[in-house]
Design a protein around this ligand. Structure first.
Ligand SMILES: [Fe+2]
Length: 370
């Protein structure tokens, strides 16, 4: 078989309207399942994008894959996991996801939502936790995997990190994000070939490509907001034919980063991905021996200022969507809003996963800080 040309769907009406002409080029749609839900007491219900994407699936007849950010495979405990797995089971019956991936690292630790995957310090305990999470995910969608994640810093050296991911995914798949890897290698100055050698390519089921910008301090961000840089395409051309179990090459581009002028660029990128995929001939994943699971401690390295800033930014975005008063105050008096938000973020642990949950926390805090 040849790998499919994938495209990640963003839950945003303007973005969806703009990318419509690209749909005939897409052979696999990728969705972030939690963006299709809204919380309702102890349950998760479908939101309007859920309906829209399901219609797209029925209309095009093309397969879908799930790519989540919140399963947090390194988390020792996660009270919400059962609820999320239950919801995924319902969605699997509707979407028949071809596979389900999440990110290497943790997005939740001690109940706190970091929103961004944070690195782990490699340990047997962390490997076992990741395997246990993947096994739970595979009880819902049979083929699952973990993505190489963008980290501002690592919990170990790059090759140790790659070996760690390889251990975590010994019975499952790997999602290799090439922009992510290129950005990380540029920031942390490591050798991409050595990383790929340590990771091994035999379990790579999907490749992501995207673009990104540099932060003010020069750090390259995996921000999915620009065209795919040429070095990433060159990397794709070299690496994809070496992945014997590759099922898709997927383009990522975030909402609010696309204008009409970007559509021909995105069309060209999808065409180039297709040309690469047609040069690949792939088969099935090799068998692997699962090892017994014995959960142990998980540790993350201290957070960098860049990570703290990015996590606060994601929280700010959740809040603006989840509370009208916060939204209006930010529009009217951004300085006052920022001062209030800083205090709120310091005083209230980030435990919300959805905008309306963040809005509730904010309103309770504001009632004490009028
Ligand atoms: Fe990615």
């Amino acid at each position: 078989m040849t790998p499919l040309v994938g495209f990640v769907l963003a839950p945003d009406p303007e973005w969806l309207g703009l990318i419509r002409p690209l749909i005939p080029r897409v052979e696999l749609f990728v969705v972030t399942p939690e963006t299709l839900w809204k919380p309702a007491q102890d349950d998760l219900r479908a939101n309007s994008y859920h309906r829209e994407f399901l219609e797209l699936r029925q209309f095009t007849g093309r397969p879908f894959a799930a790519h989540s950010v919140a399963m947090s495979p390194g988390s020792p405990t996660s009270p919400r996991r059962d609820i999320w797995l239950r919801r995924m089971r319902e969605d699997q019956a509707l979407f028949s996801f071809a596979w389900w991936t999440d990110h290497h690292g943790v997005t939740e630790l001690h109940g706190r939502n970091h929103a961004l995957p944070r690195p782990l310090i490699p340990s047997d305990g962390a490997v076992d936790l990741a395997r246990k999470t993947l096994d739970e995910m595979a009880s819902v969608v049979p083929l699952v995997g973990l993505e190489t994640s963008w980290f501002a810093q690592l919990g170990s050296s790059a090759t140790e990190e790659a070996r760690f991911l390889r251990d975590c995914t010994a019975s499952h798949g790997v999602l290799l994000d090439l922009h992510n890897l290129w950005a990380m290698a540029t920031n942390l100055r490591f050798d991409i070939a050595a990383y790929l050698e340590a990771l091994g390519l035999e379990r790579v089921i999907e490749i992501h490509v995207s673009g990104g910008r540099a932060a003010r301090d020069g750090t390259r961000l995996d921000s999915h907001d620009t065209a795919v840089p040429e070095p990433v395409f060159q990397l794709l051309e070299q690496v994809a034919p070496r992945c014997p179990a590759l099922r898709a090459i997927t383009l990522e581009r975030f909402e609010r980063t696309v204008g009409p002028e970007d559509i021909p660029v995105l069309a060209g990128e999808l065409d180039r991905i297709r040309a690469v995929s047609r040069r690949c001939e792939t088969g099935s994943l090799p068998d692997a021996e699962p090892r017994p699971v014995s959960p142990g401690p998980t540790a993350t390295p201290p957070m960098s200022r860049l990570e703290e800033g990015l996590i606060a930014k994601l929280r700010f975005e959740r809040l603006i969507q989840g509370d009208d008063e916060a939204h209006d105050l930010f529009d009217r008096d951004p300085q006052r809003f920022v001062a209030l938000f800083r205090r709120y973020d310091l005083e209230i642990a980030g435990r919300a996963w959805f905008p309306n949950q963040e809005g509730q926390l904010w309103r309770a805090w504001r009632a004490r800080h009028p």
